[in-house]
Every structure is written in structure tokens, then in C-alpha cells.
Design a protein around this ligand. Structure first.
Ligand SMILES: CC(C)(COP(=O)(O)OP(=O)(O)OC[C@H]1O[C@@H](n2cnc3c(N)ncnc32)[C@H](O)[C@@H]1OP(=O)(O)O)[C@@H](O)C(=O)NCCC(=O)NCCS
Length: 405
């Protein structure tokens, strides 16, 4: 879906490279005399609708306004209006052309290359959210005629920020002119991703633009949600040593029947399980309990890390109140984490005296809600930022009814 001024784009791109070679970094496209005469900006739904309606006269097969709006709603970094600087008025911003992209996740980019992505009606689950690093960026639609075309490098330059660094850009020019239009910007015929190849697409290969990997010192401590029987065995081992061994807690009190209705966190240091915590959920609050760190690893801040991870997990799940029973001797530990003593109810179980503590936590900006994509909601607990195994299963499609017994 492309309508633009070919000659101007070529001129624009030539100005960016030395000796006329196609540039390979979008950074070099910014200091263009010509681009300085254009501005790019985001517009509201009405602005998008009027730009897309205007484009439809030049691009008859253009997808519907509703689909474009739903994509922009999903990720606002997908639609950029372009205008001549001398006509731009911030009080009444009016675009004269636009460029729309689809920042695709791994699944979306694979499907773009293997041809199964319907770019006229892209599924939102294939499109990365604003905070997510896409696997590939597809130039979805360009409508930029005359000098407005000079805004295209400005838009593409938006995808040079660290979030997008090294992410390749793909396009499918449908017109004959469009076939060559992006070449001066560094695009070349044929596109590849993850072992797949598509001869009909163009690609700006930016895999070389990845920043050199810095030797980041590896954190020897991890705190993870338990996801396997082995992880559960590690929790049982830590609690067996700490509560049953040290505190002489009887087995049936320590393993009280609530372990299969809870989330468990396990802390490793250099791969060795060293601590754990259990979380149980109630309608208005989550309860942190069974915090334990093996004796030989105490005093290193591990309990702080475990409680910090539990608070973060509960925030993302949408909890605003956390509750715990603190052994009285550990009250300062909980208070230092922001928990406050609740009244004066003191009680005793398993040979220790306890008090109730409570922490009110602000909601997480990305907490899971009913409005989230169903594919996000089914991701593994605590790993809601990255695609999960069930999203990968989508490529198998729906099993034909005839195959079912
Ligand atoms: C409580 C426990 C989890 C702390 O583990 P840890 O990894 O040594 O704790 P950290 O190194 O993160 O220390 C956190 C803070 O708690 C304090 N703390 C640790 N043990 C303490 C104790 N016995 N009494 C009072 N404060 C203590 C530390 O001084 C530290 O305070 P700081 O932030 O001022 O330095 C660990 O001692 C344990 O497993 N105890 C037995 C299990 C238990 O009774 N758990 C119930 C908790 S209600």
C-alpha cells in the first residue's frame, strides 16, 4: 500500500549517503535539508480517519479505518502523520500524508515472511505493544505525495531508538514504482527472518545495527515462580531444612494442605535453591507466607529480594493490599519493607508468636486486567511481558472437526 513521490524519495536518500550508496543506518537519514521542511506527529482518531479516507482515493485496496484505528489503539507508535513544516500548526495539526507500520512480534514476523499474515486485517496478537521490542517492523501503508515524501525517513528514524535497534524493517510495495521506492533508503529485494525467506518483500536489514553486547555481570541470584515438580521439590527441601530442621515444626503443620492452592517463589543463588516464599490469594488481598532462607545463606539480602519479587508479582496481578503474619522477632524486617502493624492482634502457632502486618501497594501500570489481550492473560504467571508457549501453538490453527474423536 504505497503512494508517494519516487523522484523526491530518491533525491532525499541520495543526500544522506556518501558516493550515492544506499545508507544502512537510519541515523544518517536525519540531517536532510529536505526533511527539515517536514514534520511528523501523531494524530487522534478523527485525524487518522481523514488521512486514510484521502489515501483511499490513491490506494483503492486500502484496509478499513476501523482496522487501522484498532491497530493504533493497540500500539500508538504505528501511525505517523506528515505535514509541511510551514503549514503545520500545533493548535490545529493537520496531516498531509502518513506512514503506518506494524511492529510485529516473533509470530507476526514469521507469518509476514511465510505469507500467512493478512496485512489487510492483521491480528492484534501479532503486533507488539508500545513497550515491547518487536521482532520485525512492517511498513504497512505510505501515503506521501510530493514533498511530503521527505517525511518518510523522519518516521523511519523513530525506529532507531534502543527499543528498536537492530530490528529489521520490511515492506511490500504493490505498485511498480513502489517496488524500487525504498531501495534508496537501504531496502533491498528479498526478506528473511528466522530461517524463512520471502522474495516478494523488501527488507532493510538492520541486524548489524545491534549494539555490541556488553559483558554484563551475571546476577547470581534469581527469584522465579515455581513451574515444575523439581521447583516444588526445591521449595519443600528449603522449608524442610528451615522450618522442620531449625524450628522443629511438625511436618503436617509445615505442609498444611495449602501448598497446592498457592503460588511459590523459589530463590536460587548460583543455581542452588536457597530460599522460598508462598503466596495465597483472597478477594481483596494476597497473603505472603512461609518465607525462608537457608541458614548458611542468611544476611546477604536474599529475603529482601524474595519479598521484593513477591510484591512485584502481586502488583502485576492487580493486588493493592498485601498481608502477612510476621513472627514478632521479625517485625522490623517487615516494617523495613513498608508493611505496617495491623492493630494489636497477637496469636501463636507452631511454637512462635505472630502479629499481622499489611502493605498497601499502588497498582502496577501494566497489571493484568480483563481488557488485556487473551493471549497475554494465558502467558506463564509473572512472564506477561513475553510471548508464551500457547501463542506459538496458534500457528497450528484450529484442528478440523473431522480429526476429533
Ligand atoms: C527471616 C529470614 C527469611 C531472613 O532472611 P535473610 O536472607 O537473612 O534476610 P536479609 O539478608 O534479606 O535481611 C533482611 C533484614 O532482616 C533483618 N533480619 C534478618 N534476620 C533477622 C532476625 N533474626 N531478627 C531480626 N532481624 C533480622 C536483617 O538484619 C536485614 O535488615 P537490614 O535491612 O536492616 O539489613 C531468615 O532469617 C529465615 O529464613 N528465618 C527462618 C524462617 C522464618 O522464621 N521465617 C518467618 C519470617 S516471618
Amino acid at each position: 500500500m504505497t503512494a508517494l513521490d519516487l523522484g523526491l524519495i530518491r533525491k532525499t536518500a541520495r543526500g544522506t549517503s556518501h558516493g550515492g550508496a544506499a545508507p544502512h543506518s537510519l541515523d544518517r537519514m536525519t540531517d536532510l535539508q529536505i526533511a527539515r521542511r517536514t514534520v511528523i506527529f501523531t494524530v487522534d482518531a478523527a485525524g487518522i480517519t481523514s488521512l486514510v479516507d484521502a489515501a483511499r482515493q490513491d490506494i483503492p485496496g486500502l484496509t478499513t479505518n476501523e482496522i487501522i484505528l484498532s491497530v493504533v489503539n493497540h500500539n500508538p507508535d504505528t501511525f505517523w502523520a506528515i505535514a509541511r513544516r510551514d503549514r503545520f500548526n500545533i493548535a490545529a495539526p493537520r496531516g498531509e500524508g502518513f506512514l503506518a507500520v506494524l511492529p510485529l512480534n516473533h509470530e507476526g514476523t514469521r507469518r509476514l515472511i511465510d505469507g500467512s499474515l493478512d496485512t489487510k486485517k492483521p491480528e492484534l496478537r501479532c503486533i507488539a505493544r508500545q513497550c515491547e521490542r518487536p521482532a520485525g517492523i512492517y511498513v504497512w501503508c505510505i501515503h506521501a505525495k510530493g514533498s511530503i515524501a521527505a517525511g518518510i525517513p523522519l518516521v523511519l528514524q523513530k525506529f532507531s531508538t534502543p527499543l528498536y535497534q537492530g530490528v529489521s524493517i520490511y515492506s511490500r510495495p504493490v505498485t511498480k514504482e513502489g517496488l524500487r521506492v525504498l531501495e534508496p533508503l537501504g531496502f533491498s529485494p528479498g526478506a528473511h527472518y528466522d530461517g524463512l525467506f520471502a522474495p516478494h518483500l523488501q527488507m532493510l536489514d538492520r541486524s548489524d545495527d545491534l549494539p555490541p553486547l556488553k559483558a554484563v555481570p551475571r546476577d547470581p541470584v534469581t527469584v522465579e515462580v515455581v513451574r515444575s515438580m523439581e521447583g516444588m521439590a526445591q521449595v519443600i527441601a528449603v522449608r524442610g531444612a528451615v522450618y522442620m530442621g531449625e524450628q522443629r515444626c511438625p511436618f503436617e503443620e509445615e505442609f498444611d494442605g495449602n501448598d497446592f492452592s498457592a503460588t511459590h517463589l523459589v530463590c536460587h543463588k548460583d543455581g542452588e535453591p536457597v530460599g522460598c516464599l508462598r503466596i495465597r490469594y483472597f478477594a481483596g488481598f494476597a497473603k505472603l507466607e512461609r518465607l525462608a532462607v537457608r541458614d548458611e545463606f542468611r544476611g546477604e539480602g536474599l529475603a529482601k529480594r524474595i519479598v521484593g519479587a513477591a510484591i512485584e508479582l502481586c502488583r502485576k496481578k492487580g493486588y493493592g493490599v498485601l498481608y502477612a503474619h510476621a513472627q514478632k522477632r521479625y517485625l522490623p524486617f517487615w516494617e523495613a519493607r513498608g508493611f505496617a502493624l495491623m492493630g494489636n492482634r497477637e496469636f501463636v502457632f507452631s511454637d512462635f508468636d505472630y502479629v499481622e502486618v499489611k502493605l498497601e501497594i499502588g497498582g502496577h501500570p501494566q497489571s493484568i486486567t480483563l481488557h488485556d489481550d487473551p493471549y497475554v492473560i494465558i502467558r506463564p504467571e509473572g512472564r506477561w511481558d513475553a510471548p508464551g508457549v500457547l501463542e506459538k501453538s496458534v500457528s497450528r490453527g484450529v484442528r478440523p472437526a473431522a480429526d476429533l474423536r
